[in-house]
Ligand binder design. Sequence first.
Ligand code: SF4
Length: 438
Amino acid sequence: MENVVAKVLPNSIAEEVGIEAGDKLISINEQEVKDILDYKFLISDEVIILEIEKNNEEIWEIEIEKEYDEDLGVEFKKSIMDEAKSCHNKCIFCFIDQLPKGMRESLYFKDDDSRLSFLQGNFVTLTNLKDEDLERIIKYKISPINVSVHTTNPELRKKMLNNRFAGNVYERLKKLTHGGITINCQIVLCPEINDGEELIKTVEDLYKLYPLVKNIAVVPVGITKYREGLCNLKLFNKESALKQLYNISKLQNKYISEIGTPFVRLSDEFYLIAGKDIPGSEFYEEFDQIEDGVGMIRMFRDNIDRKLNNINNNKKGSFSIITGKSAFKEVSSACNKVKSVNPNININVFKILNKFFGEDITVAGLITGEDIKNQVDKNMLGDYIIISKNMLRTGENIFLDDITIQQLEEYFNKKILTCEYSGEDLIEIINSYSEEEK
Ligand code: SF4
């Protein structure tokens, strides 16, 4: 248990009552705080009594009156105040099992913790939860939760997750939804394993739990070149991707007419592989599944079109954008639009092939520093290099292969700018780093 306060937010209740970094939270209303779920539940009251151990080992009892849902304004050293639960599965498509040896230790940690799902949006399989954990989620109203379902077929799920306890996901989802918990579902789709009829059945099963099962994102399996000793998996090709689009579009049309939403959506990659254009923005509604790559291209394209008139006409600049194979066409098309508004903005786009994980990995987020170094011609670079923020480890300026932004800047002797690729921020960066024409 890690109940040590790391930070007290300015002007918060915690600051007002004298809580400081380094203090230990012992109990709330005389109840032990085992983890973040206990904490969130116990502070949801108008009057609470905190027992705090100060740095000098003094024990303080603090009574607080507040609004029911008002937060205290403390952050703990560990976000879940406990060790993260590791996963008990060995999924046939697990990306962590397909990492090369010798990468940073933390990259190999397989978490499967519903508390992280609630706090950070991680997907969980529900396989390592006891019944009492499910009851605690319901009692504490831990909602929404993101669940990796993959299939509702019990035998197939056991096989896909390599876990004999993985078959009861549908019962668990039923229990959670009956308890009022909202769930976003994800399906990693593997050709000839859980696609086709299996996928249709899974989606139809989950639809029975709508609206508490709020939506389903379907993403294609990713395969690296490090699969030695792992089972054979296929990738989607044009034909098999088209088949899924066809099957799913029939369900989407049915759901739109019944409940006004497509309910299930395929990630952008399916459309790219199938050579089909992606749907319009109304199809993606609030873009809730953007983290799964569902609707990213649509959002980027629409934002570029909307913000194109903001491109400063009397400026000039030169940029190089680095991206992966999947996004190359879309990013190039956006750059052509920018150039058509202001021809004095010069942008070239570099398509990086993923030599580190293998060329079947085409997304920008898994490009490494070494691949950029080896594939970008120094002589072709503009004044600034633009990369996607998701190539870097969360909150750090380091690529997955431990090369830092600074090392790459020194290597190319250029400033590197990072961008979320919402479309809007790309236009902003281009405007900010262009210069007035003399
Ligand atoms: S749940 Fe499956 S995919 Fe996720 S980390 Fe565990 S083995 Fe890997």
